[in-house]
Design a binder for this molecule. Structure first.
Ligand code: ATP
Ligand code: MG
Length: 775
């Protein structure tokens, strides 16, 4: 008996040991799909059916890829370095780096994340003198990405009106701009890679012969281009096709809004004449009540392939539901519960806080931070997206690739070196006239402006020269000092955390390098974008530099957790980001109509069904304990919103739920505030109304008197001030930046607020004068 296969149930065993032919494992959440996929890789290698470098496995996130490699190296005494395990983007990046010449890209091509892409589009529209109200850059970005994800170049897009014709024209111009600058956006990574393999027979045949086994996790979320890419590698249409092993769950298809197509599952079955279908029905993750709630919920969807899940682990605890008057109180409650969980012995990293929209995290973070509970946010403002980090990366990108205009514009005058907007316009005009990069156009600018620009170019040249012979962390150390970024932030009041972040970038590079070294020595996990030793046997492989690899890593890591490692922390993330993960305790917050299901979904075909699948994903992340909460009022996007509870709560079986607050349905559904920000909560403004009293009575009945007392204090503090602001509100000031209101005093012309600014500390400001906006 093979030890790898112990502890698998019969269906899992059958799936792991299928013959090398196309197969589809369709199964619900927590039934062991990912485990089956990983075990199959180990089994194929162990039984000598495939060499580690001759299989390709696609995961949904970089984190999942790393986890898979860690598990593999625990199962087998092999070096996982260089294995082709990664995300679609990671794998395409690797192929494009190895074959950049054949792909028509410079060796040093840089990856644009979506905010870089948007600024590149805005820059282009401006240069073309195009009204961005008439042709909104965001819409153009969506148009372009959508086309690319369908595998369409500008020339392939059919436009049937003037507006779309203009977009097609702009799409073509944008692609030219990217090509000129040597940059590649996210969907381009895939499309370019697809075209490379499609057009280059030698490469295609090489990789088709190499990847006899292709394994794909979360198959339900592949889009058309990804499916086409898989088909190409799997040698579709010829005999024999490669063994494409797909695992997925139609009930967890949650990326339709990004072009994912659950119909790819049926298409795959049909096109590859799949003979091996396996269903896994035992759930090993969640206790009974959690599973029953998930099953009941998803049964309300009409379009399902249909499957059942059962568990042998008993009912477990009921799902706890909490209804708070405000988002602040919801967060306060959550903090208290987390403290209780920790006291009960739960470790912090086993606790996840999920939300539907990123914007919800601010209040939750604030509460956790104030309670000094360490937490990490997945998604949101990620390490590599912070302004200071993007500045440092822009210098590094210019060292690698002079033609990267996006990077050039980001730092040419940061820190300031007397280069104004007019000079830059002149430079951009020149660059356009000569069809060359901004960097290359600098010598053509005369006068003082020209000498300031030349000084900048000289700085970059010096950096490039100095970088020779240095290690990656040394290069970064050098760049953050020579660019004067460090001194710039040191001089900025409260710029210390930015200085720390820049230092952290050096640490990130050290970790990146040592991970590579470690992997070499011990066969431990490795990252996706390392030098491709395993591709050496492929034709025409280009070597890649550590800096290029690191920059690609920075661009691709977006979406993965970048917080400092070491301290166990509560995990915060959107429901989308939680896909595939599991935690002992899960808080599912903001269960309000309009938020979850999201209001945009209500008008879309299949919108609510997609939201319900998202809710199904959320519920099934929990192993033992699931909390669900909602707030009757919430500050979002500068407005107080009043909501009733989510329909999804109503759809759960009552016997699985335990209401922590009295089930005050009457309150929830009868409250009909308008969209105005008139609040009735709290006594401080003298507007204590009937509904508040009803709430208070209900509130008083709840068991946890301590929480009630703490929350009441906050509620009192939260009373909305006549100025329209309230304590705890996040605000923006043109000079001091972001802050939070600590105190409010006085009325009318005397009204003033004490605000804690992130960078400038506490300040009292007169509300009549200070230009404050709620954020
Ligand atoms: P999702 O749909 O959420 O991605 P999944 O189907 O991929 O879930 P896994 O993450 O592979 O499920 O497995 C869920 C949990 O159940 C994991 O902790 C896994 O180790 C465990 N598990 C799976 N199969 C077995 C088994 N046969 N015996 C014990 N535990 C198992
Ligand atoms: Mg999984």
């Amino acid at each position: 008996m093979n030890a790898l296969l112990d502890n698998l149930n019969p269906e899992q065993h059958a799936a792991v040991t299928l013959p090398p032919e196309p197969a589809l494992i369709l199964a619900g959440a927590g039934s062991g799909k990912t485990r089956v996929l990983t075990t199959r890789i180990a089994w194929l290698i162990q039984t000598g059916q495939v060499a580690p470098h001759s299989l390709l496995a696609v995961t949904f996130t970089n984190k999942a890829a790393k986890e898979m490699l860690t598990r593999l190296s625990a199962m087998l005494p092999i070096n996982t370095r260089g294995m082709w395990v990664g995300t679609f983007h990671g794998l395409c990046n690797r192929l494009l780096r190895a074959h950049h010449r054949d792909a028509g890209l410079p060796q040093t091509f840089q990856i644009l994340d979506s905010s870089d892409q948007l600024s590149a589009l805005k820059r282009m529209l401006k240069a073309l003198n195009i009204d961005d109200e008439k042709y909104p850059p965001k819409q153009l970005q969506y148009f372009i990405n959508n086309a690319k994800e369908c595998g369409l170049r500008a020339k392939d897009v059919e436009a049937n009106d003037d507006f779309n014709r203009k977009f097609v024209e702009l799409y073509a111009l944008y692609d030219e701009q990217c090509q000129r600058e040597g940059v590649v956006d996210f969907p381009e990574l895939l499309l370019r890679c697809y075209e490379l393999l499609d057009r280059n027979q030698i490469l295609r045949e090489h990789y088709q012969a190499r990847f006899r086994h292709i394994l794909v996790d979360e198959f339900q979320d592949t889009n058309s281009l990804q499916y086409a890419w898989l088909k190409l590698l799997a040698n579709y249409g010829k005999q024999p096709t490669n063994a494409l092993f797909a695992v997925g769950d139609d009930d967890q298809s949650i990326y339709a809004f990004r072009g994912a197509n659950v119909a790819n599952m049926e298409k795959f079955e049909r096109e590859f004449r799949v003979r091996h279908h396996i269903k896994l029905e035992q759930n090993y993750r969640s206790h009974g009540h959690i599973l029953e709630a998930a099953n009941t919920l998803i049964r309300q969807n009409s379009r399902r392939l249909g499957k059942n899940l059962w568990t042998a682990s008993g009912e477990g605890e009921p799902l706890r539901v909490y209804e708070a008057p405000t988002d602040m109180l919801e967060a306060q409650w959550l903090v208290e519960e987390i403290k209780n969980l920790i006291a009960e012995g739960y470790s912090r990293e086993e606790i996840a806080v999920l939300y539907r929209s990123n914007a919800q995290s601010r209040v939750l973070e604030h509460a956790l931070f104030s309670a000094m509970i360490p937490y990490k946010v997945y998604g949101g403002l990620r390490f590599f997206e912070r302004a200071e980090i993007k500045h440092a990366l822009a210098y590094l990108r210019l060292i690698e690739n002079k033609d990267d205009d996006t990077a050039f514009l980001r730092v040419v005058n940061f820190p300031t070196r007397g280069i104004g907007a007019r000079t830059l316009e002149q430079l951009q005009d020149t660059a356009r006239t000569y069809n060359q990069s901004l960097y290359a156009s600098v010598p053509m600018i005369a006068g003082k402006a020209g000498s300031n620009l030349t000084a900048f170019v000289n700085l970059i040249e010096q950096m490039r020269f100095a970088a020779q012979g240095l290690t990656l962390p040394e290069v970064i150390e050098q760049v953050i000092h020579q660019s004067t970024l460090i001194t710039h932030y040191q001089n900025e009041k409260e710029g210390q955390d930015r200085v720390d972040n820049l230092q952290e970038l050096v640490n990130a590079a050290t970790a990146f390098i040592s991970e590579e070294g470690l992997a070499q020595d011990t066969g431990a996990t490795t990252s996706l974008v390392l030098n491709d030793t395993s591709a050496e046997s492929a034709p025409n492989v280009a070597p890649s530099t550590p800096l290029a690899n690191f920059l690609a890593h920075a661009a691709l890591e977006a979406g993965d957790n970048q917080a400092a490692e070491g301290t166990p922390a509560v995990q915060l993330m959107t429901v989308h980001a939680a896909k595939g993960l599991e935690f002992n305790a899960v808080f599912l917050t903001g269960l309000e109509e309009g938020l979850f299901p999201h209001e945009n979904s209500l008008v879309e075909l299949d919108g609510v069904e997609e939201e319900r699948r998202l809710m199904y994903v959320a519920i099934t992340r929990a192993r033992k304990r699931l909390y669900m909460s909602l707030a009757q009022s919430r500050m979002l996007f500068g407005q107080t919103r009043y909501s009733v509870k989510s329909r999804f709560l109503e759809e759960l079986p009552e016997n699985t739920l335990k209401w922590l607050t009295p089930k005050v349905q009457a309150l929830g559904s009868n409250w009909s505030y308008g969209a105005s920000a008139q609040s009735n909560f709290g006594g401080s403004n003298g507007q204590y109304g009937k509904k508040d009293r009803a709430w208070d009575e209900a509130w008083d009945k709840q068991d946890n008197a301590q929480t009630a007392a703490a929350s009441a204090k906050i509620r009192q503090k939260q009373g909305e001030h006549a100025s329209g602001f309230r304590i705890g509100q996040a605000v923006f000031h043109t000079k001091f930046g972001e802050g939070v209101i600590l105190e409010l005093e006085g009325q009318g012309a005397d009204a003033r607020a004490q605000i804690k600014f992130r960078r400038h500390g506490n300040k009292w400001l007169a509300l009549g004068i200070a230009k404050l906006t709620a954020i």
